[in-house]
Design a protein around this ligand. Structure first.
Ligand SMILES: [Fe+2]
Length: 291
């Protein structure tokens, strides 16, 4: 199998010529890894959606997987999906019905409309997210991406020097509050303490630097609150300008894989009280997760 890599307009690439529902040779996994190091976002157009186990097997080729139980916790222990590696980013409850207007799980997902980087709120950062479209709404519910590597590269040398070395605190509860989700218990907060990361991140394989930003980013360590907020907001506005932008319009069966350390993303609105959007994510991490 050879990898057919078609670069998209500004960044990202569509990958053809391989069947990711099947076990991949190590050489193909290496070629995908090399492609994502260059392009940041990879689009696989599949004739049919992957099964849960196929999606998990594909992701497992790229690193240790995240097992997350946030939605299970918020849903009172109930979960729709059997595999702990699958993050349920649908608008469905554990029975497969659209979650109600007041359901906590709905409001927990509202912050996905903000520009973010998956799992930046954890010390063990996400590397790749692999998102599979199972059922799509008739309009909206797309995913926008921004190229954090391109944004860093376009900064002046003076600006790069000012930003290199700054440390940022990230908290999922900060982004949730921005999204309007504030009714969080102390016990729930304790499950996800904040984490600190550099504002500039370097790809461990290529050394290429990128801005590491997210709606989870609450403040710059050691800076006054207003200056810290102003810089983070300024950088997010700058890094999501049209020149660094790719908007993915989903087709059923699509799998999109992105590097969380070189991109940001956000979901777009859709009529989520009427239409189903069933998306499932598997995420690779920098290190094995302690469970
Ligand atoms: Fe996300």
């Amino acid at each position: 199998m050879s990898l057919d890599v078609k670069p998209l307009d500004k960044f990202g690439a569509e990958i053809a010529g391989i069947d990711i529902s099947q076990k991949l040779d190590a050489s193909v996994v290496d070629a995908i890894r090399a492609a994502i190091d260059i392009h940041g976002v990879l689009v696989f157009r599949n004739a049919a959606p992957l099964s849960d186990s196929q999606q998990i097997a594909f992701a497992g080729g790229f690193g240790p997987l995240q097992h997350l139980s946030m939605i299970k916790m918020l849903g009172g222990g109930a979960t729709r999906l059997d595999h702990t590696e699958l993050i349920d980013v649908s608008n469905l409850d554990e029975t497969g019905k659209i979650v109600g207007a007041d359901d906590r799980r709905r409001h927990f997902h509202d912050a996905n409309l903000l520009w973010h980087t998956d799992v930046s709120f954890d010390a063990n950062r996400a590397v790749y997210s692999i998102l599979s479209a199972r059922i799509l709404p008739p309009a909206g519910g797309d995913t926008d991406f921004a190229d954090m590597r391109g944004a860093y590269a376009a900064l002046t040398d003076k600006r790069k020097a000012e930003l290199d070395g700054l440390e940022v605190e990230h908290s999922i509860w900060y982004s949730r509050a921005l999204g309007g989700f504030t009714a969080v218990s102390e016990d729930e907060m304790a499950t996800r303490p904040p984490a600190r990361h550099g504002l500039v991140s370097a790809n461990p394989r290529t050394g290429t630097k990128a801005l590491y930003l997210a709606s989870h980013a609450s403040h710059i360590i050691g800076w006054p609150e207003d200056e810290s907020r102003a810089l983070l907001d300024e950088l997010i506005d700058y890094a999501t300008e049209d020149r660094f932008f790719y908007g993915h319009v989903w087709q059923p069966g699509d799998v999109v894989m992105w590097d969380n350390q070189t991109t940001m993303h956000r979901a777009t609105e859709f009529d989520s009280l009427t239409h189903v959007r069933d998306m499932r994510r598997v995420t690779t991490l920098e290190r094995e997760m302690v469970r």
